[in-house]
Every structure is written in structure tokens, then in C-alpha cells.
Design a protein around this ligand. Structure first.
Ligand code: GDP
Ligand code: GDP
Length: 436
């Protein structure tokens, strides 16, 4: 379930973002686009042959007006902290520079595998440019060209050969893994405390005390849970830890490791742009999602306030119309108790498997009510449907001509599935295939 993470590190202008985009390719979904995630992306899923992994472009994390060497030091430290394999990128056209040596010195401190790549080797005649780079002390350099897409296969083979073995603990399937995602100060650590019923997580008045990853296992009414990426127990001190990009990276990583994502909103302040970004990512990653409106104790309320807030959420998160909304107070613990049951329900829906016979009855019934579209004299025929995956539930619909299946009809079928099976809190996917 947990994919390895690869980070690209190196001084500015060696080609980090070029390589990042090459490897990630065109993975832009409508949802991500709407939520504005695609602009200056620094984190994305990627794959190479049979390997799935996540990729970080550390060059995208800048620390205000810190001096040049501090910037690249931080980026190398982030690579060490956040990834399993590091690609150390250099520029063959410029040879080894002081800044490369600076990066190398920081990377010497990690036991994680570091693969050295020499970029801008745009044609085979330029290969001898790489010999200089042995002096950095990371073994054989891999010549590549980001702009021409050369050498990436060999580089990624080496990266994949260094992936860690899958952590057995990570694949326990009787544990519900959830994370609390939200802007600083919305009350994430307070909520964790309230859920755990004890002061195990340090809460502070200062914004953003929960950046460090510590997973908290917990059993509630016989069900095992793991709260991903929560506590703020480790001492802070790294300068990059206060940057928004780094917090965003941490949030996206936590989402990837969760079954259910709780998007925590400050009831007093309402919805912000940043909330939409992470929500878009969660939907796109196929995670169960629920909204938790916190600090409800200090919201001035009349009998319309809650409905207005619900409308606001629905209006801002159109693509998450299936996500339940809870109004709580971590401070007074009001309704905090109800969260576990809701998380469990969402998780069950996320892993729900529908019997083929029942599924096909629903699909047939849907087609009977609203005939499938036709185009140029041909009518779409739906032969049968089958569920091919869970987390999230994914259905393949076999038809005569997939091109005639319109987005709106797909949406109609999805809605029928939701009406019949619930699926509260989970995205569902529908794939149309030609019957062979
Ligand atoms: P970053 O600062 O490390 O992220 O570097 P960029 O990806 O922004 O690239 C810096 C410059 O190098 C851009 O002008 C790229 O077009 C160029 N560049 C990247 N890869 C290559 C390459 O393989 N060959 C050549 N000739 N130029 C490249
Ligand atoms: P985080 O940065 O999202 O982890 O937020 P914290 O849990 O550290 O909380 C930030 C501040 O909000 C602290 O001063 C908390 O005491 C306060 N706070 C958290 N939850 C609530 C709540 O439900 N009601 C009120 N009134 N204050 C809260």
C-alpha cells in the first residue's frame, strides 16, 4: 500500500524540475487542475515499469530569503528526511561545482541510497563529461538528458533496484489508517488529543505544532486505527519546517498513506484556498474523505448557521459531494465521539465489494430508466459491469462502443450506484471498456 518515495536534489538550474516533469509525465487530472494543484507541483505519483512511487522535486521548496547555501542544504535535508531513494542531480556542461560538493557533503550523512545523475548530456559524444563526477564519491554517475529524455530508463532501473522492501506492518488490513489534514491552528492536534482521550499530543498556542510524523495506533471499541502523521513531539529546529511548501508536501504524503482523510476546517474562519488543494488531492488519490468543522463552540450560531456552513462546503468542494460533514469542538469534546463511527463507515464504504449479480441488476435498472446514449445511428449497449478493485471501489462497464459513452451518462451511472449502495465518503471510479 505504501509506495516508496524518491527525491530529486541538486543545486539550482541543473534540471530538477525538467526531470521531475519527464518522470511524472502528464498526470494532470481535472480535479487537480480545478484545485490549482498542478501549478508548481513538487510532489506526484509516478511509475516506471512495474514500480509505483512518489516523486519530490526538492527544488520547489524555497525558504524565503535564506542565503543560497542554506537553501540547498535544506533541500538536501528534506530529501534525506522524506524519501527512500535520492537522485543527486548535477550538470555535465558545467562540471563539478562548489555547490555540488556542498550538496554531496550533506548527502554523505545519510544511509539512504543516493544515485548520482549527470544531466544535460544531450548526445552520446558528450558522455566523457561524466568522469569528473566520480570525485563526488557516489559511484558510477548516470548520464541523462532531461530535455531529450535520454538515459532516464537506466537511471530509474537503478532507483527501483534500491527501493526498500515493503514494510510488513504497513499492509495490515484490519487497521483503519486516517489522517487529519488542515491549515495550521485549525485544531488538528487538539482533535487527536480529544480522540485519544488523553494529552498525548503536545498542543501549543503557536501555529503549526503538528508537522512531524508520528503515527499513533489506537483501538476504539475493538477496531484498530492508526492516526497518520500527527503528533508534534519531535523538537523542531530545521528552517524549512515553517515553509508552506514543506507543510503541503507533508500533508500530501500523509494522504497517500491513509485510507480516510479528515479535512479539518476552522469553523470560525471558514474555507480557504489551501483547504481545496488538499481536498482535491485526496479525491484524486482515491481516498475516503470527510469534513470536520472544528471550533464549533466559539462560532456564533443561530438555527441557520450549520446549514449555511454545509452549503458553503458543498459549493466549494463540488467534486466531494459524497463526503460527510461533522461539526465538532475539540475543546468541549462536543460530538468528537461520533468521529470514530463515521471514520469506520467511510472506511467500510471505501473497501466495499458489490456482488456482480446485484451490481448488474442496478445497472440494468438504470439503463431501463434512462436509455444509453446513441450517436450517428449507433446506440451504446451495456453488456455487463464488474467491480475490479476496492479502495476506492472501481467498476468496469463493458460496452459495444466506448466512444459513445458520454461523461454525463457515466455520471448518471455513478449516481445510480451511489443511490443503491451508499458509498458515503468514498470516491468511486467507473471505467468503460469495449467487450472483446
Ligand atoms: P532546476 O532549477 O534544477 O529545477 O532546473 P530546471 O529544470 O528549471 O532547468 C534549468 C534549465 O536547464 C532550463 O532552461 C532547462 O530547459 C535546461 N535543461 C534541463 N535539462 C536539460 C538537458 O538535459 N539538456 C539541456 N541542454 N538543457 C536542459
Ligand atoms: P493545529 O495546528 O491544527 O494542530 O492546531 P492546535 O490543535 O494546536 O490548536 C490551535 C489552537 O486552537 C490552540 O490554541 C487550541 O487550544 C485551539 N483549539 C483547538 N480546537 C479548538 C476548539 O474546538 N475550540 C476552541 N475554542 N479552540 C480550539
Amino acid at each position: 500500500m505504501t509506495k516508496p518515495t524518491v527525491a530529486i536534489v541538486g543545486r539550482p538550474n541543473v534540471g530538477k524540475s525538467t526531470i521531475f516533469n519527464r518522470i511524472v509525465g502528464e498526470r494532470i487530472s481535472i480535479v487537480e487542475d480545478v484545485a490549482g494543484v498542478t501549478r508548481d507541483r513538487i510532489y506526484s505519483s509516478a511509475d516506471w515499469l512495474a514500480h509505483d512511487f512518489n516523486l519530490i522535486d526538492t527544488g520547489g521548496i524555497q525558504i524565503g530569503d535564506a542565503p543560497f547555501l542554506d537553501q540547498i542544504r535544506s533541500q538536501a535535508e528534506i530529501a534525506i528526511a522524506e524519501s527512500d531513494v535520492i537522485i543527486f542531480l548535477t550538470n555535465g556542461r558545467e562540471g563539478v561545482t562548489d555547490a555540488d560538493e556542498h550538496v554531496a557533503k550533506i548527502l554523505y550523512k545519510t544511509k539512504k541510497p543516493v544515485i548520482l545523475a549527470v544531466n544535460k548530456v544531450d548526445n552520446p559524444d558528450m558522455r566523457e563529461m561524466i568522469y569528473d563526477f566520480y570525485s563526488l564519491g557516489f559511484g558510477d554517475p548516470f548520464p541523462i538528458s532531461g530535455s531529450h529524455g535520454l538515459g532516464l530508463g537506466d537511471l530509474l532501473d537503478e532507483v527501483a533496484a534500491n527501493f526498500p522492501d515493503v514494510d510488513a506492518e504497513e499492509i495490515e488490513d484490519d487497521v483503519i489508517r486516517f489522517s487529519l489534514i488542515g491549515r495550521p491552528n485549525v485544531g488538528k492536534s487538539s482533535l487527536v488529543n480529544a480522540l485519544l482521550g488523553e494529552e498525548r499530543v503536545i498542543v501549543s498556542e503557536i501555529a503549526g505544532t503538528t508537522r512531524d510524523a508520528i503515527d499513533t495506533p489506537y483501538v476504539h471499541e475493538g477496531q484498530k486505527y492508526k492516526i497518520i502523521d500527527t503528533a508534534g513531539m519531535r523538537k523542531k529546529g530545521k528552517i524549512y519546517e515553517s515553509t508552506e511548501k514543506y507543510s503541503q508536501l507533508r500533508a500530501l504524503k500523509a494522504i497517500d498513506r491513509s485510507d480516510v482523510v479528515l479535512i479539518v476546517i476552522n469553523g470560525e474562519e471558514g474555507i480557504r484556498e489551501q483547504d481545496k488543494r488538499v481536498a482535491g488531492y485526496a479525491e484524486d488519490a482515491g481516498k475516503g474523505v470527510m469534513f470536520v468543522v472544528n471550533k464549533w463552540d466559539i462560532v456564533e450560531k443561530d438555527n441557520k448557521t450549520m446549514n449555511k456552513f454545509i452549503e458553503d462546503i458543498r459549493g466549494n468542494f463540488l467534486f466531494l459531494d459524497y463526503a460527510p460533514i461533522a461539526f465538532v469542538s475539540a475543546k468541549t469534546k462536543q460530538r468528537v465521539n461520533t468521529l470514530f463511527d463515521r471514520i469506520k463507515l467511510v472506511s467500510e464504504n471505501h473497501a466495499l465489494r458489490i456482488q456482480s449479480s446485484v451490481l448488474n441488476e442496478v445497472v440494468e435498472d438504470a439503463v431501463a430508466r434512462n436509455p444509453a446514449p446513441s450517436e450517428k445511428g449507433k446506440r451504446l449497449r451495456i453488456y455487463y459491469a464488474t467491480q475490479v478493485a476496492v479502495k476506492p471501489p472501481t467498476f468496469v462497464v463493458f460496452v459495444n462502443e466506448p466512444e459513445i459513452m458520454h461523461f454525463s451518462y457515466e455520471r448518471f451511472l455513478q449516481n445510480r450506484l451511489r443511490e443503491s449502495f451508499g458509498f458515503e465518503g468514498t470516491p468511486i471510479r467507473l471505467i468503460t471498456r469495449a467487450r472483446s
